[in-house]
Design a protein around this ligand. Structure first.
Ligand code: NAD
Length: 313
């Protein structure tokens, strides 16, 4: 068996793969000329979010039996082309959901208590206790757009903080109980936007969600509200977001993902009310070990003719 890993994987995952066969691993392989020859005899390919898996890619790997995705977002994989080619795709279902939920808390607390700013101020010799008398998360409303693996984990944590929770997710199964148990009121998108103090996006990027948050939807938000995007850059229209932030229509944004990464030249880089991070919400040591082990195990299962619970349906 030949397994080609085109992007970063943790050693714990490699160990599992090496037990099954030959592993070709190069974190930068996705952008290298060595990729096409490596794919020629590949039985499995494992990627993160940089490798584009489309018809051309699949044509280079005629013996491919499975694609493994070290993560959750599948927007870099043409699922229809994989299905047509009979190649199942396994992904790291929920392996980094806790890390993303904790990132959202870091962002909300950063907006509500501003410890970094207060530290800089104290280091300048100041002692501005009134300036840094800020707000609690307790009693504030958190709006979840997409209430799946990450959304529900965030809700569990928000509940412990005493937050009020609203959710918008038109694809929740009927009679679902998780949201009810968690205390998330499922309602319409406009309601979530207009009633929330913090809005957090947890939808996949696809034709329905591209530009979901645009000028019109931003205008529904409360003037003091914050938006947090750990989903995908294209879900928010960045030019509309820039206008809303610059004019004070909304109070701030935390963006872990951008339509172009890195966002060279984006005007958002110049705003003070934006937190920008390099797509790290799901990147913690724990989540990466979990992801690497899960995907390696599930890819091995498929290669050995077994079924995987992590196959994309
Ligand atoms: P999930 O599939 O468990 O949940 C997504 C939810 O969105 C589902 O409940 C689905 O019904 C809902 N949804 C789909 N289309 C919608 C729409 N148009 N409007 C409202 N809801 C809609 O996925 P997840 O594990 O919660 O991850 C969500 C996304 O977060 C991923 O697709 C990925 O792009 C992103 N992500 C980013 C990072 C990071 O490091 N920044 C890490 C993990 C995941």
């Amino acid at each position: 068996m030949k397994i080609v890993v085109t992007e970063l994987i943790w050693e714990e995952g490699l160990k599992i793969l090496r037990r099954l066969g030959e592993v070709v691993y190069e974190p930068g392989l996705w952008k290298s000329d060595a990729l096409p020859p490596a794919l020629a005899k590949a039985d499995a390919v494992i990627v993160r979010n940089q490798t584009r898996i489309n018809r051309e890619f699949l044509a280079l790997a005629p013996g491919l039996k499975v694609v493994g995705r070290l993560g959750v977002g599948l927007d870099n994989i043409d699922l229809a082309a994989c299905k047509e080619a009979g190649v199942p795709v396994v992904f790291a279902r929920n392996a980094n959901a806790i890390s993303v939920a904790e990132y959202v808390f870091a962002a909300m607390l950063s907006f509500s208590r501003r410890l970094d700013e207060a530290t800089l101020d104290v280091k300048k010799g100041n002692w501005n206790r009134r300036r840094f008398t800020l707000t609690e998360l307790y009693g504030k409303t958190l709006g979840l757009i997409g209430v799946g693996e990450i959304g529900t984990r965030l809700a569990a944590r928000a509940r412990a903080f005493g937050m009020i929770m609203l959710g918008y997710d038109p694809y929740l199964p009927p009679y679902e109980t998780v949201c009810t148990e968690m205390g998330v009121e499922i309602t319409g998108l406009d309601q979530v936007l207009s009633r929330s103090d913090f809005i957090s996006l947890h939808v996949p990027l696809n034709d329905d969600t591209r530009n979901l948050i645009n000028r019109e939807r931003l205008s529904l938000m409360k003037p003091g509200a914050y938006i947090i995007n750990t989903a995908r850059g294209g879900v928010i229209n960045e030019s509309d977001l820039y206008d809303a932030l610059r004019t004070g229509k909304i109070a701030g944004a935390a963006l872990d993902v951008m339509s172009e990464e890195p966002p060279a030249g984006s005007p958002l880089l110049d705003l003070d009310n934006v937190i920008l991070t390099p797509h790290i919400a799901g990147l913690t040591e724990e989540a990466q070990v979990r992801t690497s082990v899960l995907v390696a195990r599930e890819v091995c299962k498929v290669l050995q003719g077994q079924t995987s619970v992590c196959c994309v349906k």
